[in-house]
Design a binder for this molecule. Structure first.
Ligand code: DHB
Length: 397
């Protein structure tokens, strides 16, 4: 497919943020072109988190990418925390009236791509953006390479949804950008295994030697993670060593938990960092998703934040194209950043409470354990955690 030379919204990046935005804009009568640098197969197979807040589920329903999610996704009413050999259940449904959906980002992306292509709307893979220009004028453009030639796409608005290393953000002059960053002193080793999950809900554990998470992709596929030192090579971990470490970190003092083992089909290491880039708009350029902010994976907020950004942005751009009213586009950055900081704080809380900091001291450890015990004993502490986990309403941050 070749792209038209002009569109209303040029979207740089065909991950969940860019694709969801294209769909939401189409429902509001706004045209867009999506340019994605990677091949389709790579976008569709990149392993990321797997928990959808109800707002994200609503967005998938609104655009009509919900059929496979409803058939195969797993609604979860609660999750478990483990520490000091014991377990605390957080009953999200009872505490907040909402649940979450276990449905992998890879599946969300596949459905958004298929829908876009079925509609015959422009979505180009292997379209490498070289430069975003003239964002301070009312006719910005995107220069990109596709099929061996260079092209220029003119637009009314450009959206950078091209991840934290993408080119769009560079169109904002460096002196206007404030970057906030935190690098965590550990990473996650993640596995996929062909074995039924050992628990019907997710388990977040603070073991003596570090964090572990038991998650799932389906009733027959386990997804699990362990905290490992930064710089770890996944190939250095034998399968048995991974299972031994997972078992030790999930162990309960009463001996009632056994972790089922099976063939490991995928292993990878994810570094952990937080980054927020302010503002999320400069002139006619708007940033969304990882292009503007990164959260560590604990609590699975990355995809949900990206979708929350583009819901706000689609509403704002829809209004602006329809009426020229600029109030919502002018408010976009501040509105989105309020949620970004809430999720950044929540992700930091979950991360520091559940990981063992190799550079930390016994004081840090006692604070983390006290926090976990407080969640165990106080319903209001559990409710605060559950509200953040299942996602706050768009106006409630
Ligand atoms: C998964 C990842 C997370 O970061 C999380 O908090 C929960 C689940 C996952 O990949 O399944």
């Amino acid at each position: 497919m070749s792209a038209p030379a002009r569109t209303q919204v040029a979207i740089v990046g065909g991950g969940p943020a860019g694709l969801m935005l294209a769909h939401l804009l189409r429902l509001r009568g706004v045209d867009s072109v999506v340019l994605e640098a990677r091949p389709r197969e790579r976008v569709e197979t990149r392993q990321r988190a797997g928990i959808l807040e109800h707002g994200t589920v609503d967005a998938l329903r609104e655009v009509g990418a919900d059929a496979r999610m409803d058939e195969l996704g797993l609604p979860h009413d609660g999750f478990e925390l483990r520490f000091s050999g014991r377990s605390v259940r957080v009953d999200m449904q009872a505490l907040t009236g909402h649940n979450v959906m276990i449905w992998a980002q890879t599946e969300v992306t596949k459905d958004l791509i298929a829908l876009r292509l079925d509609q015959g709307e422009p979505l180009l893979f292997e379209a490498e953006v070289l430069e975003v220009s003239d964002v301070e004028t009312d006719s910005p453009s995107v220069r990109y390479r596709h099929g061996g030639t260079e092209h220029v796409l003119h637009a009314d608005v450009v959206v950078g949804a091209d991840g934290s290393y993408g080119p769009a953000r560079r169109a904002i002059p460096e002196h206007l950008v404030r970057r906030f960053e935190r690098v965590y002193p550990y990473s996650w080793l993640g596995i996929l295994a062909d074995v039924a999950p050992s628990s019907h809900e997710l388990i977040y554990a603070r073991g003596r030697t570090g964090f572990a998470l038991a998650s799932m992709r389906s009733p027959t596929v386990t997804r699990a993670y362990i905290q490992v030192p930064n710089g770890t090579d996944a190939a250095d971990w034998a399968d048995d060593a991974i299972w031994d470490e997972l078992s030790a970190r999930f162990a309960l003092d009463d001996g009632s938990f056994t972790l089922a083992r099976g063939p490991i089909t995928d292993k990878s290491v994810t570094p952990m960092r937080s980054m927020v880039c302010e503002p999320m708009r400069h002139g006619r350029l708007f940033l969304a998703g990882d292009a503007a902010h990164i959260v560590p994976p604990t609590g699975a907020k990355g995809l949900n934040l990206a979708v929350a950004d583009v819901r706000v942005l689609a509403e704002a751009l829809g209004e602006w194209f329809a009426t020229k009213d600029e109030r919502l586009v002018d408010a976009y950055s501040d509105t989105a950043l309020r949620r970004v900081w809430r999720a950044s704080h929540f992700s930091w809380t979950m991360t520091t409470m559940l990981h063992v900091d190799p550079d930390g001291d016994p004081f840090d450890e006692q604070l983390a354990l006290s926090h976990l015990r407080h969640i165990g004993t106080s319903e209001s502490a559990r409710r605060a955690l559950a509200e953040n986990y299942r996602g706050l309403a768009l106006g409630a941050v």
